[in-house]
Design a protein around this ligand. Sequence first.
Ligand SMILES: [Ca+2]
Ligand SMILES: [Ca+2]
Length: 98
Amino acid sequence: MTNLLISMEAVRKMFERYAKKDEDATTISKGELRAWLQAELPGYLQDAENEQEIQHRVDKLMQNLDEDRDGEMNFLEFIDFVNDLTLVRQPGPCQDAK
Ligand SMILES: [Ca+2]
Ligand SMILES: [Ca+2]
């Protein structure tokens, strides 16, 4: 298997691992998104001052990621999210030009 296929498989498995925590294994709910953030991106919720702020951040993120507006994150929406995270971590062409 190529490195690309191995990486894609790892992303798919990560999605499935969190998506299957409730009865619908095809989408990530807000609760599952929160579990994912706490495990995979701990810095995102770490400095939240209270439960209300954590909930607010999870709600806001889901709102931004939920393109088809069904209240949950499907695999394509998850891929977009991972893609956005990858772009944030890599210097883009504009930054290189400076
Ligand atoms: Ca689910
Ligand atoms: Ca959705």
